[in-house]
Design a protein around this ligand. Structure first.
Ligand code: AMP
Ligand code: MG
Length: 405
């Protein structure tokens, strides 16, 4: 059996990133992956400006702590003042450029303006540079702003816009075809016949793929037969980068995914020493119209197994195919507020939730079919094989929130 890390290394080693790129308006690029390094062409801020409403002064003029200075000009944001005459102050508003000659801003709360004389009392000894945002203090012209492989979230788009980038080069979307094997599968909206279940994986997996910014092509439910599975594979391979399926990857006689992929391409059946989610099928399916094959991943049918194996393996693999840089999944040390006295010999991923005391609570039923645990939970405890857990122990916590984008 492979360890989780070995399986992940094999997947990432096999991944070929898409190479085609397109240019998108920055405003439309949420969730896409940046295709080249972006350097800033500007200093941000572009010029020294004030962080406060107040008075721009020469700090030397205010050394006494009780200076009274005539107000020689008024500078709102977006306007350029005149050089500041020695011995005077400039009324100034947040974001406005510091006039030449001034070297500090005194906030208005520390000043008293006298209407009659037009002078302001400066009741504070400013340090040179006080309340001034320096040119280039956030971003220097020519510096690396965003690296190739960055997935663009709202804050990356804001940063790009702050240096005037109106469009960005991104990799094309990944095209992922999905289908679901099992004669028992029924769609919500249809009545449930005896022995049937609703196809929940279709909803979970499509949602996960969409959150990752993939284009999803859904071929629906496929009956448990070799011919039907082979036909679905051929259709799924056409024009798509990755085929993702659930169910049928065990080795029962009703499990047709393995022989079907072997007939249409190549397959490795992996037994991964994790729980839930032991079997994972990884391979390739030939494409009639393209020289290189489509990738294939077959997830187990049990809903929690397919959810967890998606998060642990499919997600990083998809990031790699998208051209995104793949950071290792972070584990946070947290206190277990539960006992787990009969650990499995496999690496377990337990569904847990954070309680009010900042500890972790265990969902009582850890069976791989209990989808409720994924909704109740905040994440997974990554438990070392054979490791019993006692309340108070420190465990490795993986929040779902880190894995769901
Ligand atoms: P399999 O991997 O095909 O042996 O299926 C394992 C278990 O998962 C069985 O109880 C199936 O009924 C269930 N299952 C398979 N596919 C799905 C699906 N798409 N949605 C929900 N449960 C499924
Ligand atoms: Mg099945």
């Amino acid at each position: 059996m492979l360890s989780a890390q070995e399986a992940l290394d094999l997947l990432l080693g096999a991944a070929r990133a898409v190479s085609e790129t397109e240019t998108l308006a920055t405003v439309d690029a949420t969730g896409r992956v940046l295709a080249s390094d972006q350097l800033s062409q500007l200093d941000v801020p572009p010029m020294d400006n004030t962080q406060m409403d107040g008075y721009a002064v020469r700090s030397l003029d205010c050394a006494s702590g009780s200076a009274v200075l005539p107000v020689s000009q008024r500078i709102p944001a977006g306007h350029v003042g005149r050089p500041l005459q020695p011995g005077t102050a400039a009324r100034i508003f947040t974001g406005a450029l510091i006039p030449e000659g001034a070297d500090a801003v005194v906030m208005q709360e520390q000043c008293a303006f006298d209407e009659a004389s037009g002078a302001v009392a400066i009741n504070h000894v400013p340090k040179s540079g006080e309340w001034i945002r320096r040119k280039g203090e956030d971003i220097r012209s020519g510096s690396l702003l965003l690296a190739r492989g960055t997935r663009l979230r709202a804050q990356e788009l804001g940063l790009a816009a702050s240096v005037g980038l109106a469009s960005l080069p991104v990799y094309r979307r990944l095209r992922v075809a999905v289908f679901f094997t099992g004669d028992e599968l029924t769609m919500p909206g249809e009545p449930l016949k005896p022995g049937a279940i609703y196809n929940s994986n279709r909803f979970t997996l499509r949602g996960l793929l969409q959150q990752l910014g993939c284009e999803v092509i859904d071929l629906g439910n496929v009956p448990d037969s070799l011919e039907a599975t082979r036909a679905a594979l051929r259709e799924a391979a056409h024009g798509h980068d990755l085929i993702l399926t659930s169910g049928g990857v065990s080795v029962g006689e009703e499990d047709h995914v393995k022989p079907a992929v072997e007939a249409e391409g190549r397959l490795n059946m992996w037994q991964i020493a994790i729980k839930p989610g032991k079997p994972l099928a990884f391979g390739e399916v030939r494409r009639a119209t393209q020289p290189d094959p489509a990738f294939f991943i077959g997830l187990p049918g049990n809903p929690v197994s397919s959810f967890v194996t998606f998060l642990l393996f499919v997600r990083p693999f998809i990031l790699a195919l998208q051209g995104a840089s793949v950071a290792p999944t972070r584990r946070y040390p947290m206190r277990a507020d539960f006992d787990w006295s009969k650990p499995d010999r496999r690496n377990e991923f337990l569904r847990v939730r954070i309680n009010e005391c900042q500890g972790l609570e265990l969902f009582p039923n850890q069976s791989s079919g209990v989808l409720t645990s994924t909704v109740w939970g905040d994440g997974l405890v990554d438990n070392v094989p054979g490791q019993a857990i006692r309340a108070g122990d420190t465990v490795n916590f993986i929040p779902f929130s880190e894995l769901l984008y």
